[in-house]
Ligand binder design. Structure first.
Ligand SMILES: [Fe+2]
Length: 299
């Protein structure tokens, strides 16, 4: 499926399109013919991308191709932003060059730190971390919480609780490198889950994005929260996805990234392969009175 068709549909009526059978998708109008929707928050997500190798560049090109019809304005980075050496020239080779088209278009990147990342990345201006290992920011009706899952100390946890408590946003999205749920080589980070999940549930986080596993995976809602693993932005561990009872969808045969649109009470997501193929899609719906009690509808 063409990401552009998906993007155009999101602008018009995501729920209807995403639920439509394949035969009807060909009739979706291009984005240029759809009335503008200024309240939509569009973003992309990549994880484990910082190799500087050709596939990472190809993902960057595919992201830019998607942006032509799905005009996302920022990207959340799920960690392992740079592998290996992290000299100034490495920031060029492993970040600035692969995403040059996006950076030229003023797309902003908001990074979280992975286990391969030098903590000094927090000082690298294009990562928009404000000099901090963990931080939050707001876009439209969405509050994002970028965490450092390498060192989840009490100070970070109490900061997170305060931020969650004071957030008035309808949608709360957390992202960090190590997945709380995953069916891959690394598996679920259960120690991290013990300290984070109670806060997510208590304060109504609806969606969580992580990387670390070098593939794409969507987990069935856990305590009302949907978890995504999107760690195939540059690295790939082909055949490493080991579907289990908690796996809703997965893709481990090529690199991938995600596109997300939040429009009012709807969050539409799509996972896209390096070659532009849609490998998963769907949407989450915000419950009117209990934001954490979302339900998921499959296309
Ligand atoms: Fe990692």
């Amino acid at each position: 499926m063409n990401p552009g068709r998906w993007a155009a549909a999101l602008t018009a009526a995501a729920a209807i399109w995403l639920a439509a059978p394949a035969a009807q998708q060909a009739g979706v109008p291009p984005a240029s013919q759809v009335a503008p929707a200024p309240d939509v928050v569009r973003f992309a997500a990549i994880g484990d991308n910082g190799t500087g190798d050709p596939p990472a560049y190809q993902v960057g090109m595919q992201m830019e191709a998607s942006r032509q019809t799905f005009p996302f304005t920022f990207v959340i980075m799920l960690g392992d932003n740079l592998y290996g050496s992290q000299r100034p020239q490495d920031f060029v080779k492993k970040f600035e060059a692969p995403y040059k088209a996006l950076l030229d278009a003023k797309v902003e990147f908001y990074a979280a730190l992975g286990n391969h990342d030098d903590p000094n990345q927090r000082l690298y201006k294009p990562f928009n971390m404000g000099g901090k290992r963990y931080y939050s920011f707001k876009k439209g009706n969405v509050r994002f919480f970028a965490l450092d899952s390498n060192y989840m100390d009490p100070a970070e946890l109490s900061w997170l609780e305060e931020e969650l408590k004071s957030s008035g946003s309808d949608w709360k999205i957390a992202y960090f490198h190590h997945p709380l749920y995953s069916s891959g080589m690394h598996g679920s980070q259960t120690d991290l889950r013990k300290v984070l999940e109670p806060l997510f549930v208590k304060y109504g986080v609806q969606a969580v994005f992580s990387g670390h596993e070098h593939f794409y995976q969507r987990i069935k809602p856990q305590s009302g929260i949907t978890y995504f693993v999107s760690g195939g932005g540059g690295q790939l561990r082909s055949g490493d996805l080991r579907p289990s009872a908690m796996t809703a969808a997965g893709f481990d045969t090529d690199r991938s990234f995600m596109l997300v649109a939040v429009t009012g009470p709807d969050l539409a997501f799509q996972a896209v392969s390096r070659t532009g193929r849609t490998v998963d899609q769907g949407h989450l719906t915000l419950a009117a009175k209990a934001p954490h009690a979302q339900r998921e509808r499959h296309p």
